[in-house]
Ligand binder design. Structure first.
Ligand code: ADP
Ligand code: MG
Length: 311
């Protein structure tokens, strides 16, 4: 028995899946197939994806999707509609206008932004839970699952690994991390996850957390950004203004059992005052660490138990 790691690139990011098994190769190739399958299914940029089909048919007709995709869109819509939420899966028109992270990135005019904002109301995303039909009821609307897809895919891969009887694994989809079982390579048997300092170069860690059977997902202003006319713009858009969120928060990491929840909350609470995040964390059962400009850190109380060094 040994660990074997699959290394690949998808969603414009580095992917690593390590599993402990006596015959890891066939399982890792299925993981690679699953990654490709979900990427093709959920991509905003692939014209053939189910998400593109829904978007191409905005204001025209509804599209029937599979159970998993339906549940993902349903969860995305629910969290987009929450009162204190910076998540909105209907920001497709704005993501396209800004194109942050691509060579085509630009700062849209106020007129264009205001026009696009009119097509982002999640109430106009109509879901029929009896038939799995998804309908964007206004022309010009589009959904973008960029903020929640990686968490969903990490959970799906783990479900497959558990079905294969894997007792120990770590899934890392570009910093969206999910651990399973004990780390049999470590004397403490714990998975150690370094939390990056957003102000430093990659690889310099602010702290180390030990997280078993948990996911940690970070949203940050440094993750993806573009420089346009000398100004830096990051990729998390304020659903109210249509512009990159203006906040002192540099990154928000969420620790939760399910990677989908961690991914949803890391965008949903990005830029929200930490006291409110702390309240929500008790209610919803997650932990959070936020890093602010000036190297200021805030974290929920339970988080301390995961820490192996001082902040
Ligand atoms: P990452 O992709 O680094 O994990 P997030 O999970 O926060 O970061 O997702 C950001 C991506 O989601 C953006 O690249 C964009 O495609 C899309 N997006 C941007 N702003 C929002 C928002 N407010 N709500 C939902 N999706 C968003
Ligand atoms: Mg997210």
């Amino acid at each position: 028995m040994t660990y074997k790691t699959l290394h690949t690139k998808l969603f414009g990011t580095n992917i690593k899946i390590s599993i402990y098994h006596n015959n890891p190769d066939p399982i890792l190739s299925t993981c690679e197939m699953l990654l490709t399958y979900y990427h093709k299914l959920l991509s905003f940029y692939d014209d053939e994806s189910i998400i593109s089909k829904i978007n191409q048919n905005a204001g025209i007709k509804s599209i029937q999707v599979d159970d998993e995709t339906f549940k993902l869109i349903q969860s995305g819509k629910l969290h987009s509609l929450e009162e204190k939420s910076n998540l909105n899966i209907c920001l497709g028109p704005l993501v396209k206008l800004w194109d942050i992270g691509f060579d085509s990135a630009k700062v849209p005019s106020d007129g264009k932004l205001n026009q696009a904002l009119k097509h982002t109301d999640p109430n106009n995303l109509i879901l029929d839970k009896y038939t799995n039909n998804v309908y964007l009821s206004k022309k010009g609307m589009s959904i973008n699952l960029g903020a929640i897809a990686k968490g969903f895919i990490a959970d799906a891969i783990l479900t497959y690994l558990k079905e294969q009887g894997i007792i120990s694994a770590i899934i890392d989809l570009g910093g969206n991390i999910l651990t399973h079982g004990f780390n049999l390579k470590s004397p403490t048997l714990n998975w150690r996850i370094g939390l990056q300092n957003p102000l430093e170069k990659r690889g310099i860690h602010l702290t180390t957390l030990e997280l078993n059977d948990l996911s940690i997902v970070t949203s940050g202003v440094y993750e993806r950004k573009s420089i346009v006319n000398g100004n830096a713009y990051h990729h998390i858009i304020n659903p109210k203004t249509g512009r990159p969120l203006n906040t002192n928060m540099l990154s928000l990491s969420i620790i939760s059992k399910e990677s989908l929840n961690a991914d949803i909350y890391s965008t949903m609470y990005f830029g929200i005052p930490f006291d409110e995040i702390e309240l929500a964390s008790k209610d919803k059962g997650f932990d959070a660490i936020a890093i602010y400009k000036g190297n200021i850190l805030r974290y929920t109380k339970v988080c301390r138990k995961f820490r192996r060094d001082e902040f």
